[in-house]
Design a protein around this ligand. Structure first.
Ligand SMILES: CC(C)(COP(=O)(O)OP(=O)(O)OC[C@H]1O[C@@H](n2cnc3c(N)ncnc32)[C@H](O)[C@@H]1OP(=O)(O)O)[C@@H](O)C(=O)NCCC(=O)NCCS
Length: 223
């Protein structure tokens, strides 16, 4: 949790110099912003990228989007909803953030048939909208009816992602899948005592770790 809050603080300080109000203060306040970060970790939706032991990026991936933003029709489609995507500034310019959402899309497609990577983006930050559009996302719409500063919706088809788009993040995650796609409990698990069934669920893990490998260091600024 402190590492993720540190990445947010570093990004916020960097953004302040870019002429955007994105993340200029926690929304709607620090307590609720921290609560979202904590829930991502608790729900095992938050991933960290480490380079040689140093945490350098994070992403959260959920099988469901915010129902205040995404319509019922959209929510009926299988998708991975990414949020809190941050790359530490020392690692900017290497397309690590780009690879991270492609990694999420690649594995969500493989594991539960996700057709889309979806993201809600800071409404007033046109530079960031352009970032996503240049990387294969399409603008869906702005949600005018919500009290939320990230109300510009974008999506990218997972079908467009190839292994070549994910050259460094080689680990295979177990992404949270929509309830309809979760395998039913196997007999072995059903027959465990209730205490044993709960043991794995009750433990709160720190965010799962991904390692950045350097197969292509030197040629990593791909886009
Ligand atoms: C968005 C992000 C994850 C992309 O990571 P990446 O694919 O590795 O790309 P880079 O960090 O090299 O950034 C690529 C370009 O986008 C620009 N950019 C990135 N985030 C931006 C933002 N929030 N606002 C404006 N421009 C941004 C960078 O300045 C850079 O521009 P340049 O090519 O002219 O130098 C990363 O830049 C980041 O952590 N940004 C700050 C936090 C953020 O906005 N997260 C997204 C929330 S939806």
């Amino acid at each position: 949790m402190p590492v993720i809050l540190g990445l947010i603080a570093e990004a916020a300080a960097w953004l302040a110099d870019k002429g955007t109000d994105q993340w200029s203060k926690p929304w709607p306040d620090e307590r609720q912003r921290d609560g979202r970060v904590r829930r991502g970790i608790r729900d095992k939706c938050t991933w960290m990228v480490e380079d040689d032991g140093r945490p350098i990026a994070t992403i959260s991936c959920r099988p469901r989007g915010n129902p205040k933003l995404w319509t019922d029709t959209e929510s009926a489609e299988l998708a991975v909803y990414v949020s809190r995507l941050i790359v530490c500034r020392d690692y900017g310019g290497q397309a690590i953030g780009n690879e991270l959402f492609d990694w999420a899309g690649k594995w969500a497609a493989a594991q539960y048939g996700a057709r889309w990577i979806r993201i809600d983006v800071w409404t007033t930050n046109a530079m960031l909208h352009e970032y996503y559009e240049k990387r294969g996302f399409s603008f869906i719409r702005e949600c005018h009816y919500v009290d939320c500063p990230s109300a510009m919706l974008f999506q990218k088809p997972t079908a467009a992602i190839t292994d070549a788009d994910v050259p460094r993040l080689l680990e295979i995650p177990t992404l949270a899948a929509p309830k309809s796609r979760r395998p039913s409990l196997t007999r072995a698990i059903r027959e465990r005592s209730p205490a044993r069934q709960l043991a794995g669920v009750a433990a709160i893990r720190i965010a799962a770790r991904l390692l950045l490998t350097h197969q292509d260091r030197g040629s990593s600024a791909r886009r």
